[in-house]
Design a protein around this ligand. Structure first.
Ligand code: OGA
Ligand code: MN
Length: 217
C-alpha cells in the first residue's frame, strides 16, 4: 500500500519535471489528497483567526508598495521551523519535488519559500512575472490550490501567457481546484489571477537557486 502511494507520487514528480522541461509549466491534479487539503485549510483558518495574514505587496524592501487594484491577496509566510504538522507534510513533499527536479532538470535549486494565500471575492493579481528585478533567485513558481467544491462559474482562474516562437502568446486558463498543483518557470511566464466570486485559497511559493536566508540581503 505504501509502495503504491509512493509510486503514484513518483509519477506526479515525473509529470512535473517532464512538462516543466518540455513546456515551461506543469499542472498536476490530486497532488494533495482531499484530507491533506482539509488539514491545510484548518491551519490556514487558524492563522486567519490569529490575525497573522497581511496584505500582500509588490516588489521587495525599499521598492515595496501595496496596491489593491494590482494585487488583492492576503498572505502568511511559512516559517519552516514553526510549521504545524500539516504544513510540515506539505513542505516535506515540496522538498522531495525539489530533489527530484534537481536530479532531472539541472536547475540547481537550493531552497524554497512558501506562503498561505487568500484572495477575497472580487480581487485579482494583474499580469506579472514572479522574478523581481533586484532579486532574480526565484526559478520556479508553485501554487497548490485549496478550494473545495470550486466550480467554473466561481471564476478565479490562473491565466498563463505562454511565449511562442513566432512572438505571439498562447493563453492557458487553470481552474484553482482543490489538490491541483500549478508550476511554471518564474523568469519566463507572465500570468495573472482572474476575479473570483468566492474566497480563493492556496499555498504559493518559489524554488530558489540560493538559500532562502540570503535572498533578502
Ligand atoms: C502569485 C501568483 C497565482 C495563483 O502569487 O504570484 O501569481 O494562481 N499566484 O494564485
Ligand atoms: Mn505570480
Amino acid at each position: 500500500m505504501i509502495e503504491e502511494l509512493e509510486e503514484k507520487m513518483l509519477q506526479k514528480f515525473e509529470q512535473i519535471a517532464d512538462r516543466l522541461s518540455d513546456k515551461g509549466y506543469a499542472i498536476v491534479d490530486n497532488f494533495l489528497e482531499p484530507q491533506e487539503v482539509r488539514n491545510l485549510l484548518n491551519v490556514l483558518t487558524h492563522h486567519q483567526e490569529q490575525g497573522t495574514f497581511k496584505k500582500a505587496g509588490i516588489g521587495t524592501a525599499d521598492q515595496f508598495t501595496v496596491d489593491r487594484e494590482v494585487r488583492g491577496d492576503y498572505i502568511r509566510w511559512i516559517e519552516p521551523s514553526e510549521a504545524l504538522p500539516p504544513t510540515q507534510v506539505f513542505l516535506d513533499r515540496m522538498d522531495e519535488v525539489m530533489r527530484y527536479i534537481n536530479r532531472t532538470c539541472f536547475l540547481g535549486l537550493k531552497d524554497y519559500e512558501f506562503h498561505f494565500t487568500m484572495y477575497p471575492p472580487g480581487t485579482v493579481y494583474q499580469r506579472h512575472i514572479d522574478q523581481f528585478k533586484e532579486n532574480d533567485h526565484r526559478r520556479l513558481s508553485f501554487i497548490c490550490y485549496l478550494n473545495e467544491d470550486w466550480l467554473p462559474e466561481h471564476g478565479g482562474n490562473l491565466r498563463l501567457y505562454l511565449p511562442q516562437e513566432d512572438g505571439s502568446e498562447e493563453e492557458v486558463d487553470i481552474h484553482p481546484i482543490a489538490g491541483r498543483l500549478a508550476c511554471f518557470r518564474a523568469d519566463m511566464i507572465p500570468h495573472e489571477v482572474l476575479v473570483a466570486s468566492r474566497h480563493r485559497y492556496s499555498l504559493t511559493g518559489w524554488m530558489l537557486d540560493q538559500l532562502n536566508e540570503l535572498t533578502f540581503l
